[in-house]
Design a protein around this ligand. Sequence first.
Ligand code: 4NP
Length: 153
Amino acid sequence: MRILFVCLGNICRSPTAEAVLRHKLRELGLEGVEVDSAGTGDWHVGKPPDSRTRQAAQLRGYDLSALRGRQVCVSDFRRFDLILAMDNSNLEQLRRMRPGDAMAELDLFLRRYDLAPVEVPDPYYGGEEGFQQVLDLLEQACDGLLRELRGRL
Ligand code: 4NP
């Protein structure tokens, strides 16, 4: 099972989702799940996650230090089973890129697990509370994803 999280810059929301899911998988001893993240934009390719994102995540025990930004590419649609977008704009962009022979299922991460709001708000231009909200939402959504994975693995 291969899961890709996608946001705009790949320095705030999707790397956080990647780190949270990895952490929870390890805690549960669930193996056989590959997790990655990418951005629809290319501004932060090769860069570490945003320092505010890293700090907020670290305070909850998630380590993002090894992650580096990358841009989503057409081969991702063949490599991953499930591609989960953080907001509707990311999802729309992914739908436009999707090749005819795509294997991956595409979905909006929070909506898939019946959470509200259905989008993870972009915290980049906001204050500290935005980074906390991202973590709160992604922790809940990862719990939903883990329930699904337990059923599928
Ligand atoms: P992300 O946040 O999509 O959650 O990584 C953003 C990061 C950077 C920018 C926008 C959103 N930016 O405009 O550079």
